[in-house]
Design a protein around this ligand. Structure first.
Ligand code: ADP
Ligand code: MG
Length: 720
């Protein structure tokens, strides 16, 4: 029974690091060598064409067919010179991963390699198998992909990959990228207009994103011997190892050699693609690690995060590892998140979240800082929905994880600044006064990184010159939370601007008008600010008092996309229309249902086919032992006790699984997706998962180690 397990353990233990080969000792020699970036365009296009492309990219404008023809010809030549034979539109359907459909450059009719601008601009993948939440049925049968020139094309293997959006023929978004691009446009517009209150020279604001990606690395043989990891990406069973993460010795510890080689190798591949990965280290849990790139423009940063995950998967395979991005692959160990470091930067080079030594600039900083906090308070439900997934439910709101309450941490120094600004409300400011001094915003400490980075329990933290959205799941397409965040901030910025304009119209001096609105926002959004331990029971109670939502599961969190306020918001900024929101909601619910269903099936199969037979075999051994002892007239009470325990757990697993299967049958008949998802959440997962697991994990403790069929936690996590 346990043959496969021991074979896997043996295989894993024998492995040696696979030393990677870098094209050169200097990264700068090969950085971006596989990316058709601006420099390459400039080199290979005529100045006229390049100017047009650059203009289109910077202003989000369509590229005409002639220009596209020129780009296509240039990129074809470049790609073929690198041994590339095919091209594909690379897009991000709502399944959560990326998709491709390869076409050959070679045209058999003419006998030469061809790549026309039209093929660069648009393609029609057979989209019928991608989820659309009913959009295609309602409108048109087909969807198409359209080139996004703002994200560089890249080479992967022998294929040229072209980043694209994916939309239906009636132009409803069927992906994560299309709404993101619109949200970025909205935040640019709103932020620029607010910036103009301070500096007329600012004409564009760009969002930036740096994703800290956590992951687990498990030996391939060990991984493949666990059907739950293979099918569901997480272990549904497995008793805690004697040693978990309690020693805290893994964090920032030295990286194991095999892992180190793997990291080096995928970093080399990332660098070729122009993904600026810079940091690597161990994480808290055993076999958990983190990689972070330098931040980039949000759309490119999002593509790069997705691409990086893909690279990491493929390179892992070469090193006989499997990389796990699932939010909670192992119970009782830290989950896997993806901190989204986010800021807004002007075309004059100012990071709007960077406090400054100049008081005047600090009013600009405070404006964006306070408006963001206010936006998070006003729309925390949308942020929560944007990170909802079956996997992330194990991280947020489950009993060993942080709660699903969205709050903002800003650190003590900035709390003081906001408190002072709030209470200085009645100060009268005369002409010639130093307003900044009177309001106490003349000296915001410029360097507050140390102070603000301490709180690791906050889902949304200010860390010195950026906000960090930390509740995002490890496997997520960050396009989703980034769409939500940038849209709500765009909305709050435009409301802010309207209010300030209103006050100015009534004759208020500009800076005083700004301060007045900020003070109001500080008061109104105070409840969302929390500086304490976000994982504590007290916070859950306190948040309830403050009426902050604490939505623990995906099916209910997703409701936020459909309330009137959200629909109005997304419509107003042309990010998503009602149809798109409804479709998205539907797809996400279906996705949730499928995930829980798969886990439930895996649990059933493992229990019935692996666990119970093993436990019964062992039970029989013990029964033989007990009767043997009795026939010799020896005391067998201890054995009987163990038999009793094992029998109890076997029965509990059996009846639990059978009841769960019945429940699934009932729930599967439900038509309405929301209702079905809630039933899956409450009555399949909620009632049975932990209960079955409890008894299986107990059996793991009782049954002879020689017989246990599943690779154990200690083997998965400590052999590498
Ligand atoms: P940690 O949170 O672990 O201390 P770092 O301070 O190294 O991590 O930064 C994490 C990420 O934040 C990196 O990807 C970094 O590039 C990114 N980052 C830094 N400044 C900004 C910014 N202004 N906007 C967006 N991301 C940023
Ligand atoms: Mg961080």
């Amino acid at each position: 029974m346990a043959y496969l397990r021991f074979k896997a353990v043996e295989e894993a233990a024998k492995r040696q690091p696979l030393v990677p080969e870098a094209p050169s000792n200097k990264v700068s020699d090969y950085y971006k060598s596989a990316s058709f970036d601006m420099d390459k365009m400039k080199q290979s296009l005529s100045p006229d064409v390049f100017k047009k492309v650059k203009y289109s990219i910077e202003n989000g404008k369509k590229i005409d067919e002639d220009t596209a023809d020129a780009v296509a010809a240039a990129v074809k030549t470049w790609a073929i010179s690198h041994g590339v034979t095919t091209y594909t539109h690379w897009f991000q359907p709502l399944t959560g991963s990326t998709a491709e459909k390869h076409d050959s450059f070679f045209d058999a009719i003419s006998g030469i390699e061809k790549f026309k601008g039209s093929a660069l601009i648009q393609q029609e993948p057979d989209a019928s198998s991608f989820p659309s939440g009913g959009i295609r049925q309602t409108f048109e049968a087909r969807g198409y992909t359209a080139w996004d020139p703002s994200s560089p094309m890249f080479l992967w293997g022998t294929t040229l990959c072209i980043p694209t959006i994916f939309v239906s023929y009636t132009s409803e978004a069927l992906d994560y990228k299309a709404p993101l691009l619109k949200a970025l446009e909205a935040v640019d517009k709103a932020a620029t207009s607010v910036c103009k209150l301070f500096d007329r020279n600012i004409s564009k604001v760009t969002g930036s994103l740096g994703c800290e990606q956590e992951y687990f690395l498990i030996d391939k043989a060990l991984h493949n011997s666990r059907p739950d990891l293979v099918m569901a990406g997480r272990t549904v069973f497995g008793h805690n190892p004697a040693r978990g993460q309690q020693l805290d010795d893994h964090y920032f510890g030295s990286i194991p050699p095999r892992v180190y080689s793997y990291m080096r190798d995928f970093e080399i591949e990332c660098h070729k693609l122009g993904i600026p990965v810079t940091t690597r280290h161990n994480e808290v849990a055993p076999s958990q690690f983190e990689v972070a790139p330098l931040f980039e423009e949000i759309n490119v940063g999002t593509d790069h995060n997705l691409l990086m995950m893909d690279v990491m998967r493929k390179v892992a395979d070469k090193h006989n590892f499997v990389v796990l991005f699932h939010e909670k692959p192992f119970a009782a160990l830290n989950g896997t998140g993806k901190h989204n470091n986010w800021s807004l930067i002007t075309d004059t080079g100012v990071n709007l979240f960077q406090p400054s030594s100049s008081a005047r600039e600090n009013l600009l900083f405070l404006t964006f800082f306070v408006v963001t906090i206010k936006a998070v308070h006003a729309y925390s439900d949308i942020l929560r929905a944007s990170i909802a997934s079956a996997g992330n439910d194990f991280r947020l709101g489950a009993n060993e994880a942080p709660p699903a309450i969205i709050s903002v941490f800003i650190g003590s120094q900035l709390t003081e600044v906001l408190n002072e600004l709030e209470s200085n409300g009645n100060i009268k400011i005369e002409k010639g006064d130093n307003m900044y001094m009177k309001l106490g915003i003349d000296k915001i400490p410029e360097i507050i990184l140390d102070n603000t980075d301490r709180n690791r329990t906050s889902p949304f933290a200010f860390t010195g010159n950026k906000f960090e959205f930390r509740a995002v799941g490890g496997s997520a397409n960050v396009g989703q939370p980034m769409t939500a965040l940038n849209t709500i901030v765009a909305e709050q910025l435009s409301l802010f601007k309207e209010e300030v304009d209103g006050l100015m119209k009534d004759g208020k001096e500009k800076r005083l008008a700004i301060v007045e609105v900020l003070r109001k926002y500080i008061k109104e959004s105070k409840d969302v600010r929390f500086e304490g331990d976000g994982y504590s029971e007290e916070w859950v109670k306190e948040a309830e008092k403050r009426k902050l939502p604490n939505v623990k599961d995906t099916p209910r969190a997703l409701d936020a996309y459909l309330v009137k306020k959200s629909k109005e918001l997304f419509n107003k900024h042309s990010v998503m229309n009602d149809k798109e929101l409804e479709a998205r909601n539907e797809v996400l619910l279906e996705n949730y249902i499928m995930k829980v269903q798969i886990e439930s099936r895996v649990m059933g199969d493992l229990s019935l086919n692996h666990i119970i037979p093993t436990a019964i075999a062992y039970q029989n051994k013990l029964i033989n032992n007990a009767t043997g002892l009795a026939s010799l007239g020896l005391d067998n009470t201890a054995v009987l006790k163990v038999i009793e325990k094992i029998t109890e757990h076997i029965d509990a697993v059996k009846s639990g699984v059978l009841d769960m299967i019945d429940e699934r049958r009932r729930v599967n008949k439900i038509e309405d997706s929301r209702e079905k998802a809630i039933e899956y959440c409450d009555n399949v997962k909620g009632k049975y998962f932990e209960q079955i697991r409890y008894h299986v994990d107990k059996l793991e403790l009782f049954v002879d180690d020689e017989d246990w069929p599943l690779v154990k936690y200690r083997e998965m996590l400590f052999i590498r």
